[in-house]
Design a protein around this ligand. Structure first.
Ligand SMILES: C[S@@+](CC[C@H](N)C(=O)[O-])C[C@H]1O[C@@H](n2cnc3c(N)ncnc32)[C@H](O)[C@@H]1O
Length: 235
């Protein structure tokens, strides 16, 4: 059924909860990486969101599509009392993060290997400190717009799982996607729910200690936009 957003292109809404768009693997794992899938991953992976298991931590954050995990790993290393959950289905990316975790011996990362859209509905209301969505696939073709992670419906879900005052951070180097984020976030149903700060590198890029660079950002040659979107408490 066609889905209309005021001031936005008409998109055909297709339920995409089950479907994954993108590569699951691009090259064979090394012996060491394959070993970490056997020895380390089972102890830090979560198959579902169980607040009981995670209750040892007061501050829990979620990264959607962590790629090779640079950002997640850096934040977890510098915030050992906080828990960071990463969702990713790209096997080589998960392998990179496992290597980093193994070398550093940190304990405060959990991995959900799969589609973040399946995990998010299990997260209780008003729960997370941060949700990160860094350099999501931009799906620039008009016919693929429905695949973009940022949609009114998904942002309403992010609003639900964030604590009052919690942050949804998005970064992109695709100007079309940045424009799309602005439009979605300012749609009537969402505008009152968030306070949006919008930064463009290089003059105002957030500090790297607060917002570590991902591999994608390190490789990007285009101007990046960073959105820091705070959940308003009163809505
Ligand atoms: C363009 S890459 C960016 C990776 C990383 N955030 C970075 O900045 O380097 C997008 C990543 O999101 C992952 N991804 C896309 N949709 C996802 C979903 N629904 N659940 C989990 N991961 C997803 C892809 O597998 C891919 O690794």
């Amino acid at each position: 059924m066609p889905h209309k957003n005021k001031g936005m292109e008409e998109i055909k809404y297709r339920p995409s909860v089950e479907k994954l768009y993108g590569r699951v693997k691009n090259r064979a794992l090394t012996q060491r990486q394959a070993g970490l899938f056997e020895s380390l991953l089972p102890s830090i992976s979560i198959a579902s969101f169980d607040p009981e298991i995670l209750s040892a931590y007061q501050n829990i954050s979620l990264e959607i599509g962590f790629g090779s995990g640079e950002h997640l790993f850096q934040l977890a290393s510098t915030n050992p009392s906080k828990l960071f959950i990463g969702c990713e289905f790209f096997v080589n990316g998960i392998a990179s993060l496992l290597s980093k975790i193994d070398e550093a011996g940190i304990r405060n990362i959990r991995i959900f290997q799969g589609n973040a859209r399946k995990l998010i509905p299990e997260i209780p209301d008003n729960f997370l400190e941060y949700v990160f969505l860094l350099f999501p696939d931009p799906w620039p073709k008009r016919k693929h717009v429905y695949r973009r992670f940022v949609q009114e419906k998904t942002v309403l879900e992010i609003y639900r799982i964030l604590r009052n005052g919690g942050f949804f951070r998005i970064a992109t180097d695709c100007s079309q996607y940045a424009e799309w984020v602005r439009k979605v976030l300012t749609a009537p149903v969402l505008a009152e729910k968030f306070a949006i700060e919008n930064m463009v590198n290089d003059e105002s890029r957030p500090s790297e200690s607060d917002w570590p660079k991902t591999r994608y950002e390190q490789k990007s040659t285009t101007e990046c936009t960073f959105f820091s979107i705070q959940r308003n408490s009163s809505q």
